[in-house]
Ligand binder design. Structure first.
Ligand code: ADP
Length: 467
């Protein structure tokens, strides 16, 4: 066994459900999935550990999170190996090593973000302060696209604020969830972080457990709505980071060559399997052909293949379900007469869930590839003549996670950007996140903020002390 395989074999069960590499179909390990009835025992552990964890000083919790970050770095290659093999992403580029490094960066930043007691009033007569207290037990539910960093986004602030956590990874990427929690958990007291492997019914049981005071959920809009319903009887606090169908608007003064790389990675990061990836591109008629050509040139250069191959920058889709979604939407676009600039011709006999990098031009805004979230490597590029029309189209969907505007003139980009209904608007880039900057959605993309001081406040109970 290679050294980098050690963690995968540690978190893999000796038997159970077979977990397959999405690039090759090879069995990489096994998972023993829990049943909804097992959730209570996991929550018992978190409940038992919580008072002692909350009783530690903030400095102690900060020190442990910093040690967890160091431990992530010490096991970086083993973690990258697990997520590459299970999720499919490449070791290099914006892939597995990038995701693992982000785990360490977020743990450190979350540990180092100050949240002092706020003095609200101190006028000689009255004194009022605002404290942030632990909620208790946080239920953390993650998807399969970025299984390690999204878990850290939920776990790190929750622990920092004195909560304990029960984490349920996606059933598609359980080993990645177990691996990252194993490495973080090595430096923590028992019971502070518990992982329960299971499918949606286990997630639902976690949400329904009355002792879970807060649910951090990242996943689809449909499941987010189920989480709201299932949590209603507990009045649980919720942070919901749901799907997006992010629009980008390219203004006529943009330089097509200069923006091609940013557009490409904005759309194709992790093969498009990213909540805040660029999923619909609106380009001004005056430069439409140049932008399509520049994007095609960029796209052609990016190697796709097995994630473990050091030369590749894009891998397969993670699962067949998603492959089917992408294939259906591209086939529909073809049938409507859209122009396939490149890709769109998967080899159904090939091993793994590879779908070729696909650019679809001259497509109508009403096409399902534009209106639905494709979550894959197929970008629709829509032509507009009037920017007011582009703004209307960009805002014409139920979701609003991110959006971007591309222009040689930053002020002009900003003017259009602030009119877009999205939690984050990027100017001349798309999808970058930063642990110091709050991130959250508009409309059906969810509510609640992650990261920075707002992210800490979201996993605590505000308490006013007055008098
Ligand atoms: P995706 O992973 O495709 O974005 P989902 O929203 O289905 O979409 O999954 C996100 C996470 O939510 C996964 O961990 C999944 O097991 C979990 N999940 C699915 N159904 C439920 C549910 N009813 N209640 C709570 N969690 C759920």
């Amino acid at each position: 066994m290679e050294a980098r395989e050690a963690l995968l074999s540690r978190v893999s069960a000796p038997s159970g459900t077979k977990i397959k590499d999405p690039a090759t179909g090879e069995v990489i390990g096994h998972v023993e999935f829990a049943h909804p009835g097992d959730v209570a025992a996991a929550v018992d552990k978190a409940v038992a550990a919580q008072p002692a964890w909350a009783a530690r000083s903030d400095e102690e919790r900060v020190a442990l999170l910093l040690r967890a970050a160091d431990n992530i770095e010490a096991h970086a290659e083993e973690l990258a190996y697990v997520v590459s093999r299970e999720q499919g992403k490449t070791l290099n580029g914006l892939g597995a090593r990038f995701e693992v490094q982000a785990c360490a960066i977020w743990l450190r930043s979350t540990a180092n973000t100050p949240l002092p007691v706020e003095v609200l009033v101190d006028d000689g007569t009255n004194h009022a302060e605002l404290h942030y207290r632990p909620i208790g037990v946080v239920g953390a539910i993650t998807p399969w696209n970025w299984p390690m960093i999204i878990a850290v986004w939920q776990i790190a602030p929750s622990l920092r604020m004195g909560n304990t956590v029960v984490q349920k990874p996606s059933e598609y990427t359980t080993l990645s969830g177990l691996a990252v929690a194993e490495v973080i958990g090595e430096v923590l007291p028992a019971g502070v972080l518990t992982v329960i492997a299971g499918a949606g019914d286990v997630g639902e049981a976690l949400v329904r457990d009355r002792r879970v005071g807060k649910v951090m959920f990242t996943g689809s809009v449909k499941t987010g709505m189920k989480v709201v319903e299932a949590s209603a009887g507990n009045l649980s606090r919720l942070t919901l980071e749901l799907g997006g169908n992010d629009a980008g608007i390219v203004l006529p003064d943009a330089d097509p060559q200069a923006i091609a790389e940013g557009l490409f990675w904005g759309a194709f990061i992790n093969n498009g399997q990213t909540c805040a990836a660029l999923k619909r591109l609106y380009v001004a008629d005056a430069i439409y052909d140049e932008v399509v050509d520049a994007l095609a040139g960029m796209t052609a250069k990016i190697p796709m293949g097995v994630g473990l191959d050091e030369g590749n920058l894009l891998g397969p889709l993670q699962n067949k379900m998603q492959w089917n979604v992408v294939n259906r939407l591209v086939e529909d676009a073809k049938a409507r007469g859209a122009r396939i600039v490149m890709g769109g011709d998967p080899d159904p006999g090939a091993p793994g869930f590879f779908y070729p990098k696909t650019l679809v031009a001259d497509i109508d805004n009403s096409a399902p590839l534009v209106q639905e979230e494709q979550f894959g490597p197929a970008l629709p590029i829509i032509r507009y003549t009037d920017v007011e029309q582009a703004v209307e189209w960009a805002n014409g969907v139920d979701v609003g996670l991110g959006a971007s505007v591309w222009s040689a003139d930053r002020d002009k980009a900003r003017e259009i950007g602030v009119r877009l209904q999205a939690g984050t608007v990027w100017l001349n880039s798309h999808g970058g996140v930063d642990p110091r900057i709050p991130f959250g959605g508009a409309k059906h993309s969810g509510y609640g903020l992650e990261f920075g001081v707002d992210g800490l406040k979201a996993v605590s109970v505000p308490q006013v002390v007055s008098g």
